[in-house]
Each structure stands twice: as C-alpha cells, then as structure tokens.
Design a protein around this ligand. Structure first.
Ligand code: NI
Length: 260
C-alpha cells in the first residue's frame, strides 16, 4: 500500500474527474493521500476532501507565494482561520509553508515570507502538529528557521537541497520527501541525497498535478503515479520496491499520526 504524502486535488485540473479519481485510489494501491493547503480556500477544500474520503488527510497553511500583494491584516486573519481549521481531526500538519525565492527577488518581500514561515512554525508548535516545508532556492534560510524552532519537525517536500543540509535536517528530526524529479535523468543531486538518507526518513509524493515522473513527464500528475518514486528510490538504494513501499508508507503514517 502506497502513501502519496503531497498532492493538490483542489487544483482546477482535477475538476473533470476529481471524485472518480480520488475514489479509485485505494483500488489502485494508493491507500493514503495527504492534501496540503496553500491558502485558506485550498486548506478548506483539503478538509472537505478529508471529510468525504476515508483515505484522504489534510494539511492547512499558507504557501509563501500566496501572500504577494495581500495586505498584512488579511494574512493575519487567514492565519487565525487556518489555526481554527486545524482543529479538525483529519488535519495532520501545517502546510505547505516555507520560502520560495525563485520568483521573489525583493528583499522586503523575502522578509515577509520569512515572517509568515515563522508565524506558521509557531502555530505548528501550539497545535502540536508537524510542518510540510516548501523550500525553493532558499535552502539556507529554511534551515535557519527550522533550527530556530527545534521542537517543531516535519517534512521538507520535493527536497532539492544538498546532502549536507539533509544531514542537518535529519538531526533536527525532519523527513525528506521526493517527487517525480527523482525519475529525471539529470537528477544526480537528489539521487545522491536519497543514497545517503536512511530509508526510515524518506517519504514519497507526487505534488500532483505538478511534477509528473518519467515516463509521464509533462502530463497531469496524480497519485496513480506515486509508485514511480518508490521504484526510483528502490533502484538508487538497491532495495526491493516492496520494502521501500512499506517503509515510506510507515514513515508517513508515523509523521502524520495516522492509525493502522
Ligand atoms: Ni505542493
């Protein structure tokens, strides 16, 4: 049984077949899905899916890209509503949160992202929930903030940092999860991290509808393809795919507190 620990079913690309697709997953071997939120509206949708489908769990949070142009007061109000939403029993993490410097070059805007990230780390601490961290071109600042909240841990999703940073994150109690990037031919850096990180700290995810793995690259991604990340890890580590499937599912259940 596979656990897709990160998929965005609120995306409009699923409007035509969302219900059918989500219902089909357990029969296709994907027994668990975690749908993170990226703002208040998508966090609410994630909770609605978790209410509808027994195998779907939710996370609630504000993605760093989604505060650009949004006034501080509105962000604060959304954070209060997200914290209230997180009381739902199937909300199992604060996420996705973090830093995205790829599109954000302005120092003042980067500072706002850092403040939002810190506010949500404190929220996770209050709620006793793990975090789902998005880190794009912001490895050092993400690590620095993770170190400032040593009681909070979680997962760095779509991990793209170095093996050295990975080691430090493992010491802080974090898990690392990998998307279809791992199946791309030029993914040498990610493969090196997977080789060095113990299996009990790895998770798999699709980040659907984005990041479709080979041989589906460029298509709409879905949890039906999460087996490709299991196969990629198995190949890199020289382990049977069944063992990687079992371990990554157990890791996700442990981190997100999902019962047997
Ligand atoms: Ni995502």
């Amino acid at each position: 049984m596979l656990f897709d620990t990160h998929a965005h079913y609120d995306d409009s690309r699923f409007d035509g077949d969302r219900d059918e697709l989500l219902r089909s997953l357990p029969g296709e071997g994907v027994g668990l899905v975690l749908n993170p939120g990226c703002d208040l509206a998508s966090s609410r949708k994630a909770v609605a899916y978790a209410d509808t489908y027994p195998h779907v769990y939710a996370a609630a949070g504000i993605h760093p890209e989604n505060i650009e142009g949004v006034p501080d007061e509105q962000v604060e109000e959304e954070l209060r509503e997200i914290e209230a939403l997180a009381a739902h029993p199937k909300v199992r993490a604060v996420g996705e949160i973090g830093l995205d410097y790829y599109w954000c070059k302005e120092p003042a805007e980067r500072k706002r992202q850092q403040e939002l990230f810190r506010a949500q780390m404190r929220m996770a601490g209050r709620l006793g929930l793990p975090v789902i961290v998005h880190d794009r071109d912001a490895h050092l600042d993400c690590l620095t903030i993770a170190e400032q909240y040593p009681k909070v841990h979680g997962v760095f999703h779509c991990y793209a940092g170095s093996a050295e940073t990975a080691q430090r994150l493992l010491e802080l109690g974090y898990y690392l999860s990998f998307t279809g990037v791992l199946t791309f031919k030029n993914a040498k850096k990610a493969a090196e991290v997977v080789r060095r990180v113990p299996l009990e700290r790895l998770m798999v995810e699709t980040d659907a509808p984005y990041m479709a793995p080979e041989p589906f690259r460029g298509k709409r991604n879905s949890s039906l393809y999460v087996y490709r990340m299991v196969e990629a890890i198995a190949e890199i580590k020289g382990l049977p795919a069944e063992e990687v499937a079992r371990a990554t599912t157990e890791n996700g259940k442990k981190l997100f507190g999902i019962p047997e």
